[in-house]
Structures are given as structure tokens and as C-alpha cells.
Design a protein around this ligand. Structure first.
Ligand code: DLL
Length: 433
């Protein structure tokens, strides 16, 4: 099965614009009538629903922020009565209150539709056996993937995310063909598999559908090699829907956004100005089919760019570039902007270490210090101190030439860095700014 829904995935641009325009006008009307927050915002900006006639008018609508969701916690942003809400999820939120999202039955249908499209992109069909090792619960990963698998009629193994040895036993015995989890957990699974003496040929695994956190292209290659699979990137956020907002394809040239459900824009995060195609900035989404909690111009903080050219896979859906980081995860080290995934890429490119790392940032005498902890590989562990020091110097030099920053590199013993079962924690920032 090449596509799940070619009518939308391969739709001509003019038809897509027509679909989006109608759905956008509908959504704006609905939030104006049903969500006091949006009515007030629009009145303040002097806009009435009737002013939104084409996609061009989208830029006149006010933005929505994460803070707006916190201020309206838990249900004030909902556009339907609670009797129409059939599911509630929430995002963990590392700072402050979590954000709550509600789905109507139709929202759940749209969600499984976009996840079904994503799974097809990873080669899924009715015969597939999909092990969902994303966490089940308020996090959207587990249940989001789950219903997509059921929608295409494949078999779902709802194992959730922990107990790595059991994951492998199930993978082997149940004949899992597709693994769904975070990329950092996929790596943890690969490592445990090697420790348990399970070979790639003992498994039926063909593909993985990984997301929920930034990962470099080098990390993708590492996972593909160690698990013997094709790894597809899946992106999403709970506020907009959950997993499935966009998905990569075999062309590996960006992720296709399910544009008949979500309209993307890229803005300059400082000036809020909309940026042209292929320019990097902050990703903003407007949902155009959601009933429970429709969001207008939601600022994601994710850094990406858009490309409208038709993809070689045949899909016409706009592509967003791989999200390498969030504007709020970006480290500013002595004035230089660095994303953890850029450091990850250099580490994996250099090779010779294990792919497990942690970034420690501190400020000493008003100067930022970045220390990169990276694990030695097992065979390196027995090497002479001089050899270890040489590798530290080599990594440091590669970081300087790739990113222009000076970092201290510390090769630490194997297994020192905590393994992830969900979203990995890569940074410890001790600066008090
Ligand atoms: O992480 C939804 C999800 C679940 C996506 C499973 C993919 C797979 P939240 O917990 O709300 O939702 O976190 C959303 O995670 O704004 C990005 O910063 C990051 N993120 C999600 N997918 C990717 C990805 C889920 N493929 C936040 N690449 C988003 C990079 C990602 N970052």
C-alpha cells in the first residue's frame, strides 16, 4: 500500500487550497461563536469571521500560545460542550501547568486517519504487526499510534514503553514487523538486543516509526543499521492533535504535513512575520477540522522550514524539514546558538563512542561552560588513558569546526548515562540567569 488516502495525499495544489479555505472559514466561524477567548482576541484585533475569505487572510488572525492554554486551563478553550468530548489527553509540560486537550468522536476519527497515513508511509499494511512502545496514558504517543494501526487493519501490540527485555522477547516471539517508539528508546532497545545476544535475523522487524523528540540524521542511520530497519520520522504535538501531524517518507527529504487537517506557517519568532518558503523559522499551525479544541495559529516553538515542491514519492502535501530542536531547547553558549541534535550529529559522525550523551551547561565567572559527556564504547573502555584523551581532543576539534563552540568533552564509562524509555533528557543547564 503506497498511500492510505491518495485523494488527499496526492491532491493538486488548487484543490487543496479550496479544501483548506472552506475548512478555515468554518473553523474561524466556530471558534468565534463558541470560544470566548477567540471572540475577544478577534474583536480586539478588529476582525470578524467574514473577513477571512482566503488563505491569504490567515496572517491577520491573532496567534495562540502555550500560555493561552495554561490561562484557560483546563477546559475554557474547548469549542464543544463536554458531552461531546470523548477523550482527554494532556502534555506533560516540563514547566508550569500541563495543557489539556479534548477530542470529539470525529476528532478521534481524523486522528486515526492521519496516523494511518503515517503508518503506510512506513510500509504498514493489513499484515503488519505493530509494537507500540510509546507510553500509553495522557501522553498522546501510545493511544495515537494504537488507533492508527487498528484503522488500517494491522495488528497492534499495545505494550507501552518500559521493560526493554520484555519488549525484545515480544518482538521476537510475536513477529513484530514495525516498531513505534521514541528514537532514543529505539536505541536503548538496540543496545539491549545486542546484550541479550539477539541477532537482527532473529527478528521480523522491517521498519520503525519514531518521533516525539528531535533526532539527527546520523542517529537515524545508527538505528537503521543496528536494528536492520527503515526508520521513518513521525512528528506531532498534543495541542494540535498528537502524533501524525506530519510524517517522513522514503525520499528522506522532509516530513509531509497532513494539510487537509492542519495549515502550517513559518514565522520569524522575534518579529512574528510570516517567512517565505524554504526559510527557517518557527512552525505555526492552524487546525481546520478539529472540533474539541480548534487552535488558530498555534506557535509550536519548533524550528523548521516548508517546501511545496512535489515529492518524488508522489505526495503533493507540503514538506516540513526535520525538526532539529525547539527554540526553547536551544542552548545559547557564549552567544552561539546550539541545538543538542547538532552535537549528537557530530558525535555520531566522529564515531568511536557509544551514541549516549548528556550536555551539562554551567556559568563560571560569568563565562558559559559546555561539557559534553559521552559514553565510551565497550572496547574503548579497556584502552589506555592516552587513547581516550586523544579521542576527547578529536571530538572537541570536530565540535569547534562544525558549530564554532569550545566544549569540554568527557568520555565516561559505558552505562553511566541514563537510558531513555520515552523522551530523552539531553541537557542539564545549571546556569542561573
Ligand atoms: O510528542 C506527540 C508525538 C508522539 C509525536 C509520538 C510523535 C510520536 P507532545 O508530548 O505534545 O507530543 O510533544 C510535542 O515534541 O512540539 C516537538 O518539539 C517534539 N517532537 C514531536 N515529534 C517530533 C519529531 C508528542 N519527529 C513536541 N522530531 C513537539 C522532533 C518532535 N521533535
Amino acid at each position: 500500500m503506497l498511500y492510505w488516502n491518495s485523494a488527499y495525499e496526492c491532491m493538486s495544489r488548487s484543490e487543496m487550497i479550496e479544501v483548506q479555505t472552506e475548512r478555515l472559514r468554518n473553523t474561524v466561524n466556530r471558534v468565534y461563536c463558541n470560544v470566548p477567548f477567540y471572540r475577544e482576541r478577534m474583536q480586539k484585533a478588529g476582525i470578524e469571521p467574514g473577513d477571512i475569505k482566503s488563505l491569504e487572510d490567515l496572517k491577520n488572525l491573532p496567534f495562540t500560545n502555550k500560555e493561552d492554554l495554561r490561562d484557560t486551563y483546563p477546559y475554557e478553550m474547548f469549542a464543544v460542550p463536554m458531552s461531546d468530548i470523548v477523550r482527554i489527553h494532556a502534555s506533560s509540560g516540563t514547566t508550569g501547568k500541563q495543557t489539556v486537550v479534548g477530542y470529539t468522536r470525529r476528532d478521534l476519527d481524523s486522528w486515526s486517519e492521519v496516523v494511518a497515513r503515517a503508518l503506510c508511509s512506513a510500509g504498514a499494511n493489513k499484515e503488519s504487526i505493530v509494537q507500540v512502545a510509546y507510553g500509553y496514558g495522557l501522553f498522546t504517543g501510545g493511544l495515537g499510534l494504537h488507533y492508527g494501526v487498528e484503522k488500517i487493519g494491522a495488528s497492534v501490540i499495545p505494550i507501552s514503553g518500559s521493560n526493554t527485555k520484555r519488549q525484545l522477547m515480544v518482538m521476537k516471539d510475536f513477529g513484530t514487523t514495525i516498531l513505534a517508539c521514541t528514537p532514543s528508546y529505539a536505541l536503548n532497545i538496540a543496545e539491549t538486543m545486542e546484550e541479550m545476544g539477539i541477532r537482527k535475523s532473529d527478528l521480523k522487524l522491517k521498519a520503525g516509526i519514531f518521533g516525539a523528540e528531535p533526532w539527527s540524521d546520523n542517529m537515524r542511520k545508527e538505528i537503521e543499521e543496528r536494528l536492520g530497519i527503515t526508520a521513518i520520522d513521525i512528528y506531532g504535538l498534543s495541542e494540535i492533535m498528537g502524533p501524525g501531524v506530519s510524517v517522513g517518507c522514503n525520499c528522506r527529504n522532509g516530513l509531509h504535513i497532513q494539510e487537509d487537517h492542519f495549515i502550517p506557517e513559518i514565522i520569524n519568532p522575534q518579529t512574528q512575520e510570516v517567512l517565505p518558503e524554504e526559510t527557517t523559522g518557527e512552525l505555526v499551525f492552524t487546525t481546520i477540522t478539529k472540533e474539541g479544541i480548534p487552535l488558530i495559529r498555534y506557535k509550536t516553538h519548533d524550528i523548521s522550514s516548508l517546501k511545496y515542491k512535489k515529492c518524488e514519492c508522489g505526495r503533493t502535501l507540503v514538506r516540513m524539514s526535520k525538526v532539529t530542536g525547539r527554540s526553547d531547547d536551544m542552548l545559547i553558549v557564549r552567544g552561539v546558538n546550539v541545538f543538542p541534535s547538532q552535537i549528537e550529529s557530530v558525535l555520531l559522525e566522529t564515531g568511536e563512542t557509544a551514541p549516549h550523551y548528556l550536555l551539562m551547561v554551567d556559568r563560571v565567572d560569568n563565562l558559559d561552560i559546555l561539557e559534553i559527556w559521552v559514553e565510551m564504547s565497550q572496547n574503548m573502555f579497556s584502552d589506555k588513558v592516552r587513547k581516550i584523551e586523544e579521542l576527547e581532543v578529536k571530538i572537541r576539534k570536530n565540535i569547534v569546526s562544525a558549530l564554532g563552540i569550545n566544549a569540554r568533552v568527557r568520555l565516561v564509562e559505558p552505562k553511566t548515562i541514563e537510558r531513555s524509555e520515552g523522551k530523552a533528557k539531553r541537557v542539564i543547564d545549571k546556569r542561573r540567569i
